[in-house]
Write a protein that binds this ligand. Structure first.
Ligand code: PLP
Ligand code: ZN
Length: 424
């Protein structure tokens, strides 16, 4: 907190103090980047001093976050992040590259990447004395907020489209949040939550609106660098400079995860803890490709689409963090890819069968993007490529059954078993 100096608008570069504005730029609605006092952080901490035996969670990076220690030791709020970095050889073989890394953020407390954002947003809410926290969500951000709010003993209100997968709605309810299913799209739920926050004085955690969500999400970049360094032994443990893979793939809806990752790598570069930023690749569904369209057209203006994809978490008409998301790929030498729902279903099977990672459609989309990028020769055979799974497959069982098919029912006899083993 001592190093949080304010915000800078991503559109007009206007600067604001830490308590001057709550959400987006009052002039133009641009997303605000959190500005830290890098000189002080550099003087006080180093990559070497961060690594050893710290808390295995996002809170190991507290000196780089714009919040104070939120407390709540012993709760899941302290167990967010530090998700496993895998290097499944059979998946690499399938993708046709030598070094494929898979960071499984489905292993977070509420089973998605969004816990990173919600934990930091709850910490901020506490600090500014907010009571009720509201969010619009396709499901995961809401489940993450509901879970983190339950851990911190705070009230939360979640507005999700009524089409959200039942498992996600069950999660929202079981954590005790006030859950309202909107008879409309995610985008309509988004607009309603802004209005409700204004009228009722609630603190709004919305993705691509609240500047603290990207700050939570940037912790994945820190973990990628720290874990990649120790896994490759590219540097000594506790090294002063961390190594990073050549490319990172992540799925994109509102564009806040990829923007958060970009911010995290930029922070590390500013601090001199890494020497370069990986190329960032955003993967969208062809049925929800507003940011992909802008990237391909070489513009930053995001034109809304009418989203239709079975990957509900990345089904967004008007991405709320589109400008920064386009820049994340452009400024790092990465790109955007669009994959079909069939590609996503195939990726779910491949991840599960070659890496034993059960991903929800939006999580698997990132791997489908790797396959597409290899096909288009965007990545070299010998490069280190990291793909982020952002959500657990149990979140959307219907999609999993679509990917894997139905199980056969048989008579409880060996004869019936034999017969079914013979047929395909
Ligand atoms: C599992 C999963 N993957 C990817 C995303 C996309 O993140 P963003 O909307 O920040 O681009 C989400 C967002 O809800 C998600 O839940
Ligand atoms: Zn502005």
């Amino acid at each position: 907190m001592g190093t949080f100096v304010g915000y800078r608008c991503s559109l007009c570069s206007a600067e604001y103090g830490p308590r001057e504005v709550p959400y987006t730029c009052p002039r133009d609605g641009g997303n605000l980047d959190v500005v830290l006092d890098y000189a002080t952080i550099r003087r006080t901490f180093s990559a070497g001093s961060i690594s050893p035996a710290r808390e295995p969670s996002i809170w190991r990076y507290l000196p780089l976050l714009p919040v104070e220690d939120p407390g709540h030791e012993g709760t899941v709020l302290r167990a967010v992040g530090w998700t496993p970095l895998l290097k499944p050889p059979r998946l690499a073989h399938l993708a046709g590259i030598d070094h494929l890394w898979l960071k499984d953020d489905g292993r977070n407390p509420t089973a998605s990447f969004k816990d990173r954002a919600s934990a930091v947003a709850v910490a901020r809410a506490q600090e500014i004395g907010a009571d009720v926290i509201v969010t619009a969500s396709t499901g995961n951000a809401g489940a993450a907020l509901a879970g983190m709010a339950a851990a911190a003993g705070r009230p939360a209100v979640i507005l999700a489209p009524k089409t959200a997968p039942p498992a996600k709605v069950a999660q929202l309810l079981v954590f005790g949040a006030k859950v309202l299913l909107v008879d409309g799209t995610y985008d309509q739920a988004f607009d309603l939550s802004l209005e409700a926050a204004r009228v009722f004085g609630w603190y709004c955690r919305n993705t691509g609106y609240n500047p603290f969500t990207a700050e939570g999400k940037k912790t994945a970049a820190f973990e990628i660098a720290e874990q990649f360094t120790s896994a490759t032994q590219a540097r000594d443990a506790g090294a002063a400079v961390w190594a990073v893979p050549e490319a990172v793939f992540v799925s994109v809806g509102d564009g806040n995860i990829i923007s958060g990752l970009h911010k995290g790598f930029k922070d590390l570069l500013m601090l001199g803890w890494i020497e370069r930023i990986p190329r960032l690749y955003g993967v969208q569904s062809t049925g929800s490709a507003a940011i992909y369209n802008a990237f391909v057209a070489g513009v930053e203006t995001i034109t809304p689409v009418r989203a239709t994809t079975m990957a509900d978490s990345i089904s967004v008409d008007l991405p709320r963090d589109g400008v920064r998301a386009v820049r994340a790929a452009r400024e790092t030498g990465g790109a955007y890819l669009a994959v079909s729902d069939e590609d996503i279903l195939a990726a779910m099977r491949d991840l599960a069968r070659a890496a034993a990672v059960f991903a929800e459609p939006a999580g698997a989309a990132a791997y489908a993007g790797v396959v597409a990028a290899v096909g288009e020769r965007m990545i070299g055979q010998g490069e280190h490529v990291l793909v982020l799974n952002t959500g657990n497959g149990l979140k959307d069982v219907r999609a999993a059954m679509q990917a894997a098919g139905e199980a056969r029912v048989i008579e409880p006899t060996l004869k019936a078993l034999k017969k079914s083993m013979q047929s395909s």
